[in-house]
Design a protein around this ligand. Structure first.
Ligand code: ADP
Ligand code: MG
Length: 272
């Protein structure tokens, strides 16, 4: 039988932007969260379908990174109300490990340096967690890294270096993309993957994301940014504007233009 399964059909339709079928990959319902006893997220609701890229824009301090941390289950942040669903499953109470194993990925705004841990060992550990395999074969991990460094235009000797130690801004962000490619997530939250990059590095990162999407058409992405620049290279399917811990407005790609033209102040009044 050569007929594609229903699953393949749905995925292809989602990737082509068909409105007919697209399962919700990430659903946030009235999410409230605090850190150090201060409420930062004050009722965030949004949905990202499988296969789509949604941009989350907002001024500094609006709670974008807080949201990213809450989504990944960072214990420093407390969810006081609302829920997070990944592919229909409520993951609000799960640990970061459990979320990672289900295919949730976070690309950090400020990736940590970890002296003494090579990129290779880190990736091997992360892949083992994601796939639920105790000790991923060294050879298999090495081959996968070689393939993806080539696709992302990176030098494969990168994997011998200590994680983020002495990495340039561009290398750090590309290393986050390498992780994303190898972990084969269902959903990726990319926190300011574009910040601090020059034009060429920005283009390389946008192309890297496109390359990964081409191989994983069902992958949903929440692209957090406070600039319009990366959206010129990576057209989002929808845009949400976060101000003071609330979504002030959601809309199509034209909303990013409105932000560029009018700034975020125009949106503040709506959440006040
Ligand atoms: P954005 O990423 O949009 O710039 P953040 O989520 O980083 O915003 O910050 C929102 C607010 O939450 C800020 O006032 C910030 O100081 C506070 N905040 C975020 N993380 C922490 C933390 N770990 N400890 C204390 N305050 C925090
Ligand atoms: Mg931030």
């Amino acid at each position: 039988m050569s007929r594609p399964s229903a699953d393949t059909t749905d995925t292809a339709a989602a990737a082509q932007g068909s409105p007919a079928v697209a399962a919700v990959a990430l659903r946030l319902h009235d999410l409230h969260a605090e850190v150090d006893g201060r409420e930062i997220l004050r009722g965030v609701s949004l949905e990202v379908p499988a296969g789509r890229v949604h941009a989350l824009m907002g001024p500094n301090g609006s709670g974008k990174s807080t949201l990213a941390n809450v989504l990944l289950g960072n214990p420093a942040y407390t969810v006081t109300a609302g829920s997070v669903e990944l592919l229909g499953e409520d993951i609000t109470a799960l640990s970061p490990d459990e979320r990672a194993a289900r295919g949730l990925f976070l690309g950090f705004q400020h990736p940590e340096e970890i002296a003494g841990v090579s990129v290779f060992n880190f990736l091997r550990q992360a892949m083992s967690t994601r796939k639920g395999i105790e000790n991923f074969s060294v050879l298999e991990v090495r081959l996968a890294i070689m393939q993806w460094t080539a696709k992302l235009g990176m030098d494969h000797r990168f994997m011998e270096r200590y994680l983020n130690e002495g990495f340039s801004g561009g290398e750090r962000k590309r290393n986050e993309l390498l992780q994303m490619a190898l972990l084969e997530p269902e959903f990726a939250v990319l926190d300011e993957t574009d910040s601090g990059l020059d034009i060429d590095a920005l283009k390389a990162v946008a192309e890297g994301i496109a390359t990964i999407r081409a191989e994983r058409p069902q992958l949903g992405i929440l692209l957090i940014t406070h600039y319009h620049r990366i959206l010129d290279h990576l057209a989002p399917d929808a845009v949400h504007v976060l101000v003071d811990g609330r979504v002030a407005e959601s809309g199509g790609p034209e909303l990013a233009r409105a932000v560029e033209t009018h700034g975020f102040d125009a949106f503040r009044a709506r959440v006040a």
